[in-house]
Design a binder for this molecule. Structure first.
Ligand code: MTE
Ligand code: MO
Length: 501
């Protein structure tokens, strides 16, 4: 096909570039899932960007995006790539080699980012290669009819359509082919955890008015940086306890299950939870106390922190004191009486009452290094979050919600309050800026969970507002000062505005 001058309808070339590009992204995404490597090249690039973003830029971004910075960044990269693909495709109309060179350069960038990933073997490069081959192959295939003299525009359009549909199907099915994930789901459903009992809600804890006191697993919030969560085989999972210890321990799941079990209701919340937000949940956790595992390993003097690492390379630094005092800090194997769901850290995660998740609740935990606070710098710290993350005193109105219309007469306002490890002494509600009135509290087993509260108030028709504040068992009154979630958790009173008919 020697010829000169532009070929084919001009609009088909950029479209061919985008379709070929999307196909390559889809096959590499598929390959990454099937090979059970976490670092899809686009994710690897996103993580590289996050690691190399100057602190203040990252801070501003996270202030706006909270802990969801990575999905947003991945979307931005995919959008940028789409533009590049279109440009490359358009350039291919005159110079066949430009898109090939462009795809090669993008492939090298992806390959380098994958190589820079911690905790990834050479498998990641296979996904890059498959994506690159798809780009070049698909671009050649769908532009081939355009190279004829005269161009066969209709045949080209047909190929475009078929390939685009194929790419969508491949991309959509990718998360399900993960041979790793499927096998692990099966292993998870076969797992029988002795000594794990189903949750029984303590009498008087659930006032039955708003959200349940015990959060169902399916409704439990999920926060992590994993675009595809690690699928770990429970039979090969190990956790290593090392660093400043007398005896290094490497424990399998069976080793862990052979030890004494502890079970507790514990409320977990995220430092990114805004006032009135729902990044909080209460579950029945079963596992092994960390203080007994640390005692077994023998912590050396001078240590004051544990650097926890998950199978996907995420890290957090936890003060040793929180893992050694009398709270139920544990390596958890079960949530609400069943093995942990993959998304919540299967097969083993850490749960530490009283600390926000970002400094304590390591999912898919594989490594616990006993060390000092200077050394235990976790994932979120260089991105502008505080080194220590004790849970702040907080409360929320769940009933009514802002915008609700409720009937006139006596109405029950209800919600939750929490400060795990410290406990809630009382909760007060103010309607329309009036005096603070004491609410009735639900009963709780101990200080490690949230507390439900309720109060009956007379309401006349019109617009109303209600505010809530909690008083902790140590006498602290919840501050009205509004602070954002960065760097160590939001403060301020939750307020709802509603209508009485
Ligand atoms: N491996 C890993 N563990 C992690 C995180 C993460 O990004 N990766 N996020 C932490 C944060 S910020 C919170 S709030 C909790 C959330 O746990 P959940 O998703 O089970 O609710 O997990 C923590 N553990
Ligand atoms: Mo979090």
């Amino acid at each position: 096909m020697t010829q000169s001058g532009p070929r084919g309808p001009s609009w088909q070339w950029p479209v061919a570039g985008v379709v070929a590009g999307a196909s390559g992204l889809a096959t590499s995404w598929f390959a990454a899932n099937a090979l059970h490597v976490r670092a899809w090249p686009v994710v690897a690039v996103a993580e590289w960007v996050i690691r190399h973003t100057p602190g203040h830029v990252a801070e501003t971004a996270i202030q706006h995006l909270g802990h969801r910075d990575k999905p947003v960044l991945v979307s931005i990269i995919v959008a940028l790539l789409t533009v590049i693909f279109a440009l490359l495709g358009a350039a291919g109309r005159r110079h066949w080699w430009v898109p090939i060179l462009g795809f090669l350069v993008l492939g090298v960038v992806g390959g380098l980012a994958v190589a820079a990933e911690r905790a990834e073997g050479g498998h990641g490069q296979i996904a890059v290669m498959i994506g690159l081959l798809t780009w070049v192959g698909v671009f050649g295939l769908i532009t081939e009819p355009l190279r004829y003299q005269p161009p066969e525009g209709r045949r080209a359009a047909l190929r475009l359509g078929l390939v685009a549909a194929g790419a969508v199907v491949v991309g959509a099915f990718a998360p399900y082919v993960g041979r790793g994930r499927r096998a692990v789901e099966q292993a998870r459903s076969r797992l029988r955890l002795t000594g794990v009992t189903p949750p029984v809600v303590p009498t008087g804890a659930d006032l039955g008015l708003a959200l349940p006191w015990a959060t169902p697993t399916g409704a439990f919030y999920r926060i992590d940086t994993a675009v595809s969560p690690p699928a770990l085989d429970p039979s090969t999972w190990r956790v290593r306890i090392h660093g400043m210890v007398e005896r290094e321990l490497t424990l399998s799941l069976d080793d862990l299950l052979a030890r004494q079990r502890t079970q507790a209701w514990i409320t977990l919340n995220c430092v990114s939870n805004p006032v009135g937000g729902d990044l909080i949940g209460n579950a029945w956790w079963s596992g092994v106390l960390l203080r007994s595992l640390l005692a077994e390993a023998g912590v050396k003097s001078g240590a004051d922190a544990v650097l926890q690492t998950s199978a996907d390379g995420w890290t957090c630094g936890t003060p040793l004191s929180a893992l050694q005092d009398d709270r139920n800090a544990m390596l958890a194997v079960a949530m609400n009486g069943a093995p942990l769901p993959i998304n919540h850290g299967f097969p083993v995660r850490t749960i530490v009452p009283g600390l926000y998740g970002y400094v304590s609740a390591c999912k898919w935990v594989v490594d616990l290094k006993v060390t000092t606070m200077d050394d235990a710098v976790g994932y979120w710290i260089p991105l502008g979050w505080a080194v220590k993350g004790p849970v702040k005193l907080a409360s929320r109105i769940d009933r009514p919600a802002s915008g609700d219309v409720v009937p006139a007469g006596t109405y029950t306002i209800a919600g939750v309050a929490w400060q795990q490890e410290t406990g809630i002494a009382s909760v007060e509600v103010s309607v329309d800026g009036g005096a603070w009135q004491k609410a009735t509290l639900g009963r709780v087993p101990d200080d490690e969970t949230w507390v439900q509260w309720r109060i009956d108030v007379p309401l006349t028709s019109g617009a109303h507002q209600a505010q809530v504040r909690a008083v902790s068992s140590s006498g602290e009154v919840q501050t009205p000062v509004r602070r954002d979630v960065v760097p160590d958790g939001a403060t301020g009173w939750h307020r709802v505005d509603f209508e009485v008919s």
